[in-house]
Design a protein around this ligand. Structure first.
Ligand code: G3P
Length: 230
């Protein structure tokens, strides 16, 4: 399973990119808005905000040189298509994120015909995933954490989509999204997700184990002790 980071914060991407573990980035409007507003940026108009959004996508794509999902904000298919073309022109690694609804499916199939990669997002059922795959989506993003929030089992959806994909030879890659904690990452890997897109703080938590820290301290103190006894 490949690892993407789920953020629009360049500092977070830069830091985790340095670990050499990332193979892509996903963003969504909430994440971009959070990254820009928490950096204290202000905007004189909606156009200025949108221009900055495109700038951020360009900066991320330049940094990672790997797939970067950027989500359309339009809700009508023809506007989505136009917006998607603009976003795709930012960088060859931009993947267009579309919502899983009728308008998203129409737009997906047109973009797929144009050879533009689509990540179908907000997927909450196996049938939605099947439709997205048939519309030509390159990536499908089931939101496991939000399914868990409803009391259902998000990971079962990953297993079902993977099984359907394997039975029917579907090529779309499953991105486990809405990952909330390190256990989700392990479970997604076991369930057959091709990719997990993981928030910064969860990647940081994946690195840590108390026994690793204790082990490092013990090795160093044994070494110092031995040096003193030389
Ligand atoms: O990858 C989708 C993600 O950004 C949504 O996560 O935690 O808001 O459900 P969450």
């Amino acid at each position: 399973m490949k690892l993407y980071i789920d953020t629009a914060d360049l500092r977070e991407i830069n830091e985790i990119y340095g670990y050499g573990v990332l193979q892509g980035v996903t963003t969504n409007p909430s994440l971009v808005a959070k990254a820009l507003t928490s950096a204290g940026e202000t905007f004189s108009s909606e156009d200025a905000f949108y221009a900055r959004f495109k700038e951020v996508i360009k900066q991320i794509a330049t940094l990672v040189k790997a797939p970067v999902s950027a989500e359309v904000l339009s809700s009508k298919a023809e506007d989505m298509y136009k917006e998607a073309k603009e976003l795709a022109a930012i960088d060859e690694n931009v993947v267009i994120k579309l919502p899983m609804n009728e308008e998203g499916l129409q737009t997906c199939s047109k973009l797929a015909t144009d050879g533009i990669a689509v990540n179908m997002t907000l997927v909450f059922s196996a049938n939605q995933a099947l439709l997205a795959a048939r519309a030509g989506a390159k990536y499908i993003s089931p939101f496991i954490g939000r399914i868990d929030d409803t009391g259902a089992d998000g990971m079962q959806l990953i297993r079902d989509i993977r099984e359907i994909g394997d039975i029917h030879g579907l090529t779309a890659e499953i991105i486990a999204a809405s990952v909330r904690h390190p256990q989700h990452v392990t479970q997604a890997a076991l369930a057959g997700a091709h990719i997990a897109t993981v928030p910064y703080k969860v990647i940081r938590a994946m690195v840590k184990h108390p026994l690793t820290d204790i082990g490092i301290r013990r090795f160093l103190s044994d070494w110092e002790k031995a040096k003193r006894e030389l």
